[in-house]
Design a protein. Structure first.
Length: 93
């Protein structure tokens, strides 16, 4: 596990590639992750989902299956990995 990584246990597990996923570990983001999320476009919500996919090393399609309650927990974990300047650069506050 990467230094400063955050692991979130999902209240509602999802299936990824035919296997149950009970927890998601978020790695610290790199500048390239922010650049990629911005290049992929979309609104702030779409960009935040793209960042979540990057930090978890999951496909975006897997992120789209996450329960909204688990998404809130993952977003809180992401906030602790991102500095304020990174959040502002991505259009989030």
């Amino acid at each position: 596990m990467a230094k400063n990584a955050n692991t979130v246990t999902l209240a509602t597990p999802v299936t990824v590639n035919g296997l149950p996923l009970n927890e998601i570990t978020l790695r610290p983001l790199k500048v390239r992750d922010l650049v990629k999320a911005n290049r992929e476009g979309g609104d702030d919500f779409e960009k935040s989902l793209n960042l979540l996919a990057a930090a978890s090393d999951l496909d975006r399609s897997a992120i789209d299956e996450i329960d909204i309650t688990d998404l809130e927990a993952l977003n809180a974990a992401m906030d602790s990995l991102l500095g304020k300047s990174a959040l502002q650069a991505n259009g989030s506050t």
